[in-house]
Design a protein around this ligand. Structure first.
Ligand code: DAH
Length: 361
């Protein structure tokens, strides 16, 4: 083949590719473009390579060079086409008939959804606390009264146990007629008292579970959902998330508690954060404090904390004379909302994809 014909074949191919690029506007047309020009069997570059074989030896070096240039140009056009399509398709649902992910497309990540801002926050909090040496532990959302109240030193008559302030679940005890409960429990010396269950109202339950089962010393966080029958408004929702922290060791101090909460806050909210403790009361800590963060010119309450009450240690069989510890519980929604500038907690749970898409990371 004469070198002139080879040159005009190259020119023709490049002109074709330029023209075809104009009509690429979807994953399908992009794929067609890719196959037409770079397809391994019958792609235009492949055909050009065959022509190259027929160029007389004295013109081979020049023709080879032109071939390589043409291939680079085509690859560049393919990249451009890919970018064009990714701009067009981002924000649009991927068609249910088309391929969800085409692994042959270079550098194209189709947008198939974004992580919910709360999920992003949970991951972020775990990562920060992990750097401070806290291991992540999980606990069940359906709890018994022992873990939700009794072991946490919350007595029977405490207002926090009011059935109106908790989601108690119907149990065999409440749904079976009295006589059949007695029949069922006969032979059980404790009288067959079936423990009431509830959706946990706080992640402090995990403190108990961890201390019951983990050798000391320990340093954990636990993040998860909690439930309270609050009427929804801008700052309340019947389900929300907490991050619980627990550190048990020989000489744990309140100063360490404050340092950990300050380090956490500066990592999560930014450098300018300060921490304030206000005296408070929780049955499971003594002394107890409310934790405020100074952020953007005001004090904002994020949760509670304190030194583990000796009664709690005793309930789980830990000697309070030997061991000490602190605990804290922070509201995850509050942290997330401050950071992302969300002002109504209900927005997080409306499942409105237009709202949620804003938080693409
Ligand atoms: N469990 C408390 C609540 O839900 C928050 C809390 C306060 C957790 C003090 C703690 C703590 O671990 O030490 O209101």
């Amino acid at each position: 083949m004469a070198i002139d014909s080879f040159d005009s074949a190259v020119d023709g191919l490049l002109a074709d590719a330029q023209a075809s690029l104009q009509s690429v506007d979807s994953l399908e047309t992009l794929e067609a473009f890719r196959i037409q020009f770079t397809g391994a069997k019958n792609g235009a570059l492949k055909s050009l390579q065959k022509l190259l074989g027929a160029v007389p030896p004295e013109h081979k070096p020049a023709a080879g060079k032109r071939f390589n240039q043409a291939r680079e140009t085509i690859e560049q056009l393919l990249t451009e086409a890919t970018e064009k399509v990714s701009k067009v398709s981002s924000g649009k649902p991927i068609s249910s008939t088309g391929p969800l992910v085409d692994p042959t497309l270079p550098g194209l990540r189709p947008r198939i959804g974004v992580l919910h801002p709360i999920t992003q926050t949970l991951e972020h909090l775990k990562e920060i606390m992990g750097r401070l040496g806290f291991n992540v532990t999980e606990g069940p959302e359906i709890e018994d009264e022992w873990h939700n109240f009794v072991a946490l030193n919350i007595p029977e008559d405490h207002p926090a146990r009011d059935p109106l302030d908790n989601f108690y679940l119907a149990t065999a005890k409440t749904i079976l007629p009295k006589s059949s409960t007695e029949t069922q429990s006969s032979g059980n010396s404790s009288g067959g008292d079936i423990a009431a269950r509830l959706l946990r109202s706080q992640t402090s339950t995990v403190q108990i579970r961890v201390m019951e089962s983990t050798p000391l010393p320990l340093r954990i966080i636990s993040l998860g959902r909690v439930y309270r029958p609050d009427a929804p408004d801008a700052t309340h929702f019947p389900m929300f998330h907490q991050m619980e922290g627990l550190w048990v060791d020989k000489n744990v101090t309140m100063a360490q508690l404050k340092s950990v909460l300050r380090l956490f806050a500066t990592s999560y909210l930014g450098g300018d954060v300060n921490v304030r403790f206000r005296p408070s009361f929780f049955p499971f800590t003594e002394p107890s404090v409310e934790v405020d963060y100074w952020w953007n010119g005001q004090w904002i309450e994020f949760g509670g904390a304190g030194m583990i009450d000796p009664n709690v240690f005793t309930a789980v069989g830990i000697d309070p004379e030997q061991w000490s510890g602190f605990a804290f519980g922070l509201g995850v929604e509050r942290l997330c909302m401050r950071r992302f500038g969300i002002t109504d907690i209900r927005d997080l749970y409306r499942s409105d994809v237009r709202f949620l898409r804003q938080f693409a990371s």
